[in-house]
Design a protein around this ligand. Structure first.
Ligand code: NAD
Length: 432
């Protein structure tokens, strides 16, 4: 194998491969809809890419320099929207890919938002809570008016949570004059309840993943009771998806997180596992009555449904051959490579694509944004009902296109998203 081919292969399996994946998916969809070439040019690039180096004082008195990112891909449909990830693999290409996926996701869901993503290249496990707070606040300050409630609205993603969002909102609001502070509360979504957060936003993504599985099963006459499933990532998305699926009667038989892989063919009780991780520094390893497994065996575990809910590019060609599940529900963004997807579809494995499957999060964020903007307080029942209605509507639209146009669900979802963006550009034209 020549060095160049090796390099390209390695790149495809690394985090940079996410950008190639999203571009390939977009190219494919652009061909399917015969996308206007001028609009294709616009959507192929990001509007703004910000890289910020900022200093933070550590607990020991030293100053450390951090690298933060915010990429704004497109805002034709409304303010930029997308999460912030704190992870060592975060770099400009990863953030560009994740920002593009946000544009397709918000367009598909029919929300008045564009797409963005950001984060900090670091391993948050290495820092104290006080340091994380100072890192977050300094990053927010450095972002300045590049974010804003009517301009670009971050949310939680990997290794960020409601607490992170509360620090961002507080910092951002503190930089405004007193009379304008409150009206900037919706600069971020995913905030804690009591600080402008939405009841149920914590579970919105995982609940949406579950709903998509349920809608799919209803359409295919599959009963979820006693079906087995595995989850990669037992964080916000993985836990909540498992919680709702277990309630429906399905059995969690394998979990992988950053610390290890555990299985139990008889079933792992979701709530017990969550309690265990809380007292075990977040790790699933050592959970009573579970067996450890090698990391590489995870996707080949016996199961009916597989939920990747961790990072991108996890289901590669090699893993696609091993998968036993008949359904993959993508909780994570970009978990399946383009090559792996081809193999899986050939093998008859169904895939509910990320831009549909995990869109409950951004839909929940939209509700929170509206609640803050209008000075309202929504109740949990009402929110879950609205989420259900919206997700069903989008799922059925995707399924219909997929069946009538005889294409896989990802292609169908992209077709709907890109056609919406194309219509908007045609109506508005290009300035000047
Ligand atoms: P999180 O930080 O709450 O949880 C991440 C989980 O993934 C943790 O259990 C962690 O241990 C595990 N993990 C990390 N690296 C891993 C690795 N190399 N192998 C196996 N497991 C690993 O993050 P989250 O918010 O649940 O996000 C998970 C995925 O869902 C991401 O791809 C994110 O972009 C996507 N997503 C999240 C939201 C949201 O609302 N939080 C919305 C849409 C999509």
């Amino acid at each position: 194998m020549t060095t160049l081919i090796k390099e390209v292969k390695q790149k495809k399996h690394s985090k940079q491969g996410m950008l190639e994946n999203v571009m390939e998916q977009f190219e494919h969809a652009a061909e399917l809809v015969n996308l206007n070439p001028n609009i294709k040019k616009i959507l192929s690039v990001t509007n703004n890419e910000l890289i910020i180096h900022f200093p933070v004082r550590m607990d020991n008195g030293d100053v450390e320099i951090f690298k933060g990112y915010r990429v704004q891909h497109n805002n034709a449909l409304g303010p930029y929207k997308g999460g912030l990830r704190y992870h060592p693999t975060i770099d400009i290409d990863a953030v560009k890919a994740l920002a593009m996926w946000m544009t397709w996701k918000t367009a598909l869901a029919g929300l008045p938002y564009g797409g963005a993503k950001g984060g900090i290249q670091m391993d948050p496990k290495k820092y104290s809570l006080g340091e994380l707070e100072r890192i977050t606040r300094r990053f927010t300050y450095a972002l300045g008016d590049n974010i804003g409630p009517e301009h670009d609205i971050p949310a939680p993603d990997v290794n960020t949570n409601a607490q992170t969002m509360a620090w961002i909102a507080d910092t951002y609001m503190s930089t405004k004059k007193p009379s304008e502070r409150s009206k900037n509360q919706h600069v971020v979504t995913g905030k804690p309840i009591g600080s402008g957060g939405l009841e149920g936003r914590d579970r919105a993504t995982g609940y949406g993943v579950f709903l998509n599985i349920k809608f799919w099963a209803e359409q295919k006459n599959v009963h979820l009771k006693d079906k087995t499933f595995i989850v990669q990532g037992f964080g916000n998305v993985g836990y909540w998806a498992a919680h709702f699926l277990e309630k429906e009667g399905a059995k969690l038989v394998g979990v992988q997180d950053v610390f290890g892989t555990i299985i139990n063919k008889e079933g792992l009780v979701v709530e017990n596992l969550l309690d265990y991780t809380k007292n075990n520094e977040g790790s699933i390893v050592g959970f009573p009555n579970s067996e450890n497994r090698d990391k590489e065996d995870f996707f080949g575990l016996d199961c009916d449904i597989c939920i990747p809910a961790a990072l991108g590019n996890q289901i590669t060609e090699e893993k696609a051959h091993q998968i036993k599940a008949f359904l993959i529900a993508e909780g994570a963004n970009g978990p399946t490579t383009v090559e792996a997807e081809k193999l899986l579809l050939e093998r008859g494995v169904a895939i509910i694509p990320d831009i549909l499957c995990n869109s409950g999060g951004v839909i929940g964020s939209y509700f929170e944004w509206l609640q803050n903007r209008n000075g309202e307080l929504w109740e949990l029942d009402e929110i879950m009902e609205r989420l259900h209605k919206k997700m069903k509507e989008v799922f059925l639209k995707v399924l219909k296109v997929s069946e009538t146009k005889k294409m896989d669900m990802r292609s169908a979802a992209y077709v709907l998203a890109i056609e919406r963006l194309e219509r908007t550009y045609i109506q508005r034209g290009v300035f000047p």
